[in-house]
Structures are given as structure tokens and as C-alpha cells.
Write a protein that binds this ligand. Sequence first.
Ligand code: FES
Length: 110
Amino acid sequence: MMNWISIGTLSDIPRRGARCVATPQGKIAVFRTADDQVFAIEDHCPHKGGPLSQGIVHGAAVTCPLHNWVISLETGKALGADEGAVRTIPVRIEGERLFIALEALASRAA
Ligand code: FES
């Protein structure tokens, strides 16, 4: 079961930028690519927990600001020789408004 929460509008996020959203399930990094696609992943690099929302966006990937791992925004997986992954979070765009899906807390507890 999906629990959609509103996280503002597309124009709140600069192109090739991100914002960090605090949720009960941790910090989520929400990215906007140069071509206005929006992706959400955990704001926690699979290497040593770097803040991916402060990384550089290129194509549909982000480079971690700490040690330059490159993480796919589509799959959450580290690209290249590095291994690891972060959780991806579903995003819904309604007009200008953005929503991310959190698992309902009830279903998580079950
Ligand atoms: S913490 Fe992200 S590359 Fe090391």
C-alpha cells in the first residue's frame, strides 16, 4: 500500500539539482534532471553514507560528493566498478506538484 506525501512543486528543485526531504523513513533525496525528470532515492550513499542530494547530477545519475561514486537515479545502483545500491522511491507528478510514495507505516509494521 502506497502512502503518497506532497513534497512541493517541480520549480522548488533547480534543474540538475536536488532537495532533501525528511520523512519518518529517513532522508530522501529528490532530483530533477536537465530534461525535467524527477527521481527520489535515499539520501545516503551506499559507500559511506554521503549526502547524495549534495552531489552533481548528470544524465540520470548523481555523483556522490564524498568519494565520487556514481549512483543511477533510475535503479539506485552504483555504476561502474563500485557495488552497492540505495532504495528508490516512487515519484508522481501531477501538473507542477510532486509526490513521493512511502510505504504505509502500518504495512511496514505488519
Ligand atoms: S560516501 Fe559516497 S562515495 Fe563514499
